[in-house]
Structure formats: C-alpha cells, structure tokens
Design a protein around this ligand. Structure first.
Ligand SMILES: Cc1ncc(COP(=O)(O)O)c(C=O)c1O
Length: 396
C-alpha cells in the first residue's frame, strides 16, 4: 500500500512554517502562522495559565479519563463565556457543549455529526476562508461550496453578493460563518449586517455553523459575541465551534469547544447524545490539561480578571501593530490606501500581495507569508516593521 501512494500536498500554513524553519538566514521573518507574538517576537505562556499549571502540578491526583464531553466544569464555564450569563438559550437549557481538541476538533465533530445525520447537506464556506475548513469538511464526507465574501476593490465585505448567494442556498444546507476576526481577510460584518445574515439564514431554513476561533481578539469577549449571537434565535438551531488556542495562547494544548444549540431542551439532550457518539468514534475523549486550565480561569473571579487583562494586552498590541503597519506602508510610499489595514480585525490582514510577490518576499528578503497574501499582523513588532515594509515596497 505505501509504495503506491502519492505525497500529500503541503499544508498552506504549516508548509511555509517548515520552509521558514529550514532557512538559515538570521534575519528571516515569519508572518505566516496564526500565532500571537509579543514585542520580543515570543509566543509566551500567559501568566494566568502558568499560575493554574502550577496549581495543577501540586494538586492533581489522578489522570483518569474525563467524560466523552470533557469535565462538567468545562461546559459550566464555556457556555456563559460564549453566550453571556443571561442568554435565552441558556435559560431554556437548549445549548450543550463538549470540550474538543482545539477549534479544529470541534469543526471535525460538526462535520462528522452533519454527515452522519444528514449526509446530503452541503457545507457553504466563505470565499476565501481558512484552508483547513474545506479540508476538514471534505474529510468528513460533506460537499463543500463557497459563498462570496471579500471585495477586492474595497478590501471589505462583498455583502450584497454574499446575501444574494445565501438567498438561493437550498433549505437544510449548512453555512459556516467566522464569528469575528475573519481568517484570512480580517473583514467582519457589522451588527446590522449580522442581523440581515441571520434573517436570511433562518428564513431559508439553513443551519448556521459559527467558527468562533478568536473570541476576545477583535473588541472584547462580549462585544465580539454580539454579531454571531444574532444567529441564536428562539427555537432555532446552530453549532458554535470555539477555540482557546488564541485567546488563552493554549495552541499546543488543543483546547476548543463544540456547542450545539437545539430548538428546545429535549432536542438538545438528543443532539448531545449524537455529539458524544461522534466524539467516541474519532478520539474518544479530549486531552484534559487545557480544559482544566480554561475552566479554572473562567470559574475563578480573580484569575479571570487577570486573564482578561492579558487578553486585552494581546488585542491592544495587534491593533497597535495594524496602525504601525498601515502608517509605515504609507510612509514608504506604497501606492494605494493602506488604511483598510486598520479597519480589519484580529490577527490577519489580507495584503493584496500576489503569489509572485509573496514568493519574491521569501526568496529575496526571507519574509514568509502564505501564498494568498495573508499577513499575520500579530507577528509584526516595532523592530521588524521597517524591514517588512521596505521589502514590500521593493516587490510591488
Ligand atoms: C478560522 C479558524 N478556525 C479554527 C481554528 C482552529 O484553531 P485550533 O484548532 O488551533 O484551536 C483556527 C486556527 O488557526 C482558525 O484560524
């Protein structure tokens, strides 16, 4: 069998990271991976996380299995984190959550769940989207199609085109929406646009799947949830895939959540039985460490306050770097208006660089960006912004 198989294509992001690691140039810069870096270029462990880890080290007495859905403290903490304390879906016990290995694990659980229970469903994702979306849903067996999202003329949302397409998607299909900090464009709908998107999705009987991988990275934990929560309407169904990779910097601990919102409590219970069945068929139960960290911090008022401050610092740094990047590009005389960079949200900016320019940045300047031109703004620092902008000026 192994003799006859072909090499798999390199991953769009990980492949660039591998090439970066092999580059001996001491001045190389990696703007490809979606990880936050501090001013010194480090992806550090948050102090609140370190504090909980030292408690776990001292106090943990067993490594016995958690439930298929993780520990009860996890869903107790995560549901109000996503919905806020007083949301109707929580009051009516119609939202259920399981701890998954990262947001990616949650997406795969959703894909497998949908394929098992309604195999003819097409999953609609934005054009463009995070490349793994397409890979994950196809691997689950689903047909994947795309709806228009990004307008290259305005570097903003192609809202009219998106709405026109949503209006003709067959009832029963699923639509994946990025909760905030759209990857790769950094372009999110306004609250008014979210309302209109929610109207059409529910009028047409579509299933919203919200990929909420960056909650807290745009404007704040609650602020970021207001748009996507427009989709959670009484009696209506949805999936929400959460990730604690970015907002808790728990990347390699693989900590995420899959939340199903059913029409009522009874349906939620049945859906949860199927979510657990799906999980049991893939990875059995989640890795505990990250789940304990997240639930401990979210359930402890003092640690939570500390962590919220740390999250704010990350968010503020990204926004500062957006400003600095836009200003430096303009100062270098880059043609066009770079101010859209400050309007975009989250870690990423869609730079508009062509694949050829991206290749030249790598070959001639040891600056690594993924081929679609997505820049990780969170990897820019006051000391690397000038060489980055000089290099961009040279290649365009
Ligand atoms: C849009 C989007 N969704 C989901 C994820 C999943 O992240 P993880 O599996 O690391 O939690 C990412 C990570 O980069 C992402 O960008």
């Amino acid at each position: 069998m192994f003799d006859s198989i072909e090499r798999a294509p390199a991953d769009a992001t990980m492949g660039v990271a591998e090439a970066f690691n092999q580059d001996p140039n001491p001045h190389k810069i990696n703007l490809s991976m979606g990880v936050f870096k501090d001013e010194g270029g480090n992806t550090s462990i948050l102090p609140s996380v370190k504090e909980v880890e030292s408690r776990i080290f001292r106090e943990e007495t067993t490594k016995t299995y958690s439930g298929i859905e993780g520990f009860p403290a996890f869903s107790k903490a995560v549901l109000p984190f996503i919905f806020g304390e007083n949301h109707e879906a929580l009051a009516n016990n119609r939202a259920v959550t399981a701890h998954t290995p990262g947001g990616s694990g949650a997406l795969r659980v959703v894909g497998d769940f949908i394929y098992k229970n309604s195999p003819a469903t097409t999953m609609w994702v934005s054009d463009p989207t995070w490349a793994a979306h397409i890979q994950i849903f196809k691997a689950a067996g689903l047909t994947v199609n795309q709806y228009p999202y990004f307008d290259v003329q305005t570097n903003g949302l192609a809202f009219e085109k998106m709405m026109s397409l949503l209006q003709i998607i067959p009832a029963g299909d699923a639509v994946l929406l990025h909760g905030c900090c759209h990857n790769p464009t950094g372009v999110d709908p306004t609250l008014e646009q979210w309302k209109q998107i929610a109207d059409v999705i529910h009028e047409r009987g579509l299933l919203p799947v919200i990929d909420f991988a960056y909650q807290g990275f745009s404007r704040g934990i609650r602020e970021d949830a207001t748009g996507p929560l427009e989709l959670i309407r009484p009696g209506k169904e949805a999936f929400i895939c959460g990730s604690f990779s970015k907002n808790f910097a728990l990347y390699n601990e693989r900590t995420g959540s899959v939340t199903a919102v059913a029409a009522n409590e009874r349906a939620a219970e049945v859906v949860m039985s199927q979510v657990k069945y799906t999980i049991r068929s893939i990875y059995s139960s989640p890795p505990a460490h990250g789940g304990i960290i997240v639930s401990t911090i979210l359930n402890d008022p003092i640690l939570r306050k500390q962590w919220e401050g740390e999250l704010k610092q990350m968010r503020d740094r990204i926004n500062d770097m957006r400003q600095l990047l836009a200003e430096t590009l303009m100062a270098k005389g880059i043609p066009g208006d770079s101010s859209f960079i400050t309007q975009q949200k989250g870690m990423f900016s869609f730079s508009g660089l062509t694949p050829e320019q991206v290749q030249r940045l790598r070959d001639e300047h040891a600056i690594y960006i993924i081929a679609n031109g997505r820049i990780n703004v969170a990897a820019i620092t006051p000391s690397n912004v000038i060489p980055i902008c000089d290099a961009i000026a040279k290649v365009i």
